[in-house]
Design a protein around this ligand. Structure first.
Ligand code: PMP
Length: 408
């Protein structure tokens, strides 16, 4: 198919949605207060952000980042390998490693580039990579050159065990198995069965376990140390990857491990590390300050949990459909893509910012509105969201008790 025809397939669809006045994406936000934003002249309650601890607007994080700019400038001036390496980077790596309970950590400029660069280093053509079917796009992107790859049924350790046994049973197999999962799945909010996955290491001691904890960091475990900590499997988890674009109020990513030789190798071989500029001082400092705050104020994580419990109970009382979890990500099942677009548009008009996820991000006919709690959400904001959701759930007939209808 020619380039323009290929583009037309996508842009034609977007035009139809735009013309219907229900296109929800790329909304330009002109001002943010964290739990509220200004968009198209309206002030809205934000329930779609990954800034789970609300630290993007913490005065200490902002001030420390501003000071870092005065001291180090706005841009890094080069890759870390060459002229962009800062004491701040090394300090952050040490703090991150200690925070997640590993010996060493290596930074990258985003979470996506961490997975891309680190996974690219970990695998040889003879290794077997096994992914949860719902793993994030950056993980699959990082496996580009892999020859032997399989997926297991979402959050299903026995399914993973069967795949490993079958691959290892092949006469030509002489590589290593790398199993990759997310900690909290970004769309569904499901928490990985890390205890069961770690248990597989008893049967397959050579298996390496890689945890993408983008959404678990700052959220699960004592003081928000993440999903491995939550399950008490930090030791069995070979690689813990995280990003600063969620609870750490910044951008940037890292991978941490006790396999310090492998991390040295990643630092010198990761293409997204070597051939990309270093993390700017302001972003590095924001993440460092978040660790300080998390260590000093564990009640922030507790407050996030309390808000999450409250919203989950509120949604349940309304009769909304969503999967059980302890995660702050609560995706509400709507139905068709069109209905989800209309629902999101009306939420916007009523003062709520939340976005739909449609096919192929979710199965066909199961489009959802992804909502997410923050520890800084106030009671009045949560009450407002629940009140609007209640009215709209009846109107759009999306409650469990309305199962038969599909018309707004
Ligand atoms: N992994 C997961 C599970 C994610 O959800 C995301 C971002 N949504 C990433 C990696 C990429 O992180 P970043 O936004 O920092 O590039």
């Amino acid at each position: 198919m020619k380039l323009h025809d290929r583009c037309q397939k996508v842009t034609g669809m977007i035009r139809v949605i735009r013309d219907a006045g229900i296109y929800p994406y790329f909304r330009p936000i002109s001002r943010s207060w964290g739990t509220e934003v200004e968009c198209a002249g309206k002030r809205l309650v934000m329930i779609g952000s990954n800034d789970y601890l609300g630290l993007s607007h913490d005065a200490r994080v902002k001030e420390a980042s501003a000071q870092a700019i005065y001291r180090m400038g706005t841009g890094p001036g080069g890759s870390r390998f060459l002229s962009g390496n800062m004491v701040l980077h090394q300090t952050l790596e040490e703090r991150l490693a200690a925070f997640v309970g590993k010996k060493r950590a290596v930074l990258h400029v985003t979470g996506f580039s961490t997975n891309l660069g680190a996974l690219g280093c970990l695998l040889t053509p003879s290794d077997y990579v096994l992914c949860d079917r719902e793993n994030h796009a950056s993980i699959f992107a990082g496996l580009g050159g892999t020859k032997r790859m399989g997926t297991f049924a979402h959050n299903d350790a026995p399914s993973a065990a069967r795949k490993i046994a079958s691959e290892m049973g092949k006469p030509d197999f002489d590589g290593q198995v790398l199993l990759i999962t997310e900690g909290i799945f970004s769309m569904s909010g499901d928490v990985a069965v890390m205890d069961e996955l770690a248990e597989l290491k008893k049967q397959y001691p050579d298996m390496l376990l890689y945890l993408d904890d983008a959404h678990g960091l700052g959220v699960l475990g004592a003081n928000g140390r993440g999903t491995a900590e939550h399950f008490g499997v930090t030791e069995q988890t070979d690689f813990i990857m995280g990003t600063f674009s969620k609870a750490f109020a910044s951008i940037g990513g890292f991978v941490a491990s006790d396999h310090t030789d492998v991390l040295d190798y990643i630092q010198h071989q990761s293409r997204t590390q070597i051939f990309s500029a270093a993390l700017p001082a302001a972003c590095t400092t924001a993440a460092l300050t978040c660790i300080d705050i998390l260590e000093a104020e564990p009640e922030r994580v507790e407050r996030l949990r309390a808000n999450t419990r409250r919203m989950r109970q509120g949604y349940k009382d309304i009769g909304l459909r969503f999967s059980e979890s302890i995660a702050p990500i609560i995706p509400i099942t709507i139905g068709s893509d069109e209905k989800a677009f209309m629902f999101a548009q009306e939420l916007f008009e009523r003062g709520i910012f939340a976005l739909p996820a449609i096919y192929p991000a979710v199965p066909r006919g199961q489009a959802l509105i992804r909502t997410a709690c923050m520890s800084t959400h106030e009671d009045r904001q949560m009450d407002f969201v629940l009140e609007v959701m209640d009215e709209m759930a009846r109107k759009y007939r999306i409650r469990i008790q309305d199962q038969d209808g599909d018309q707004p």
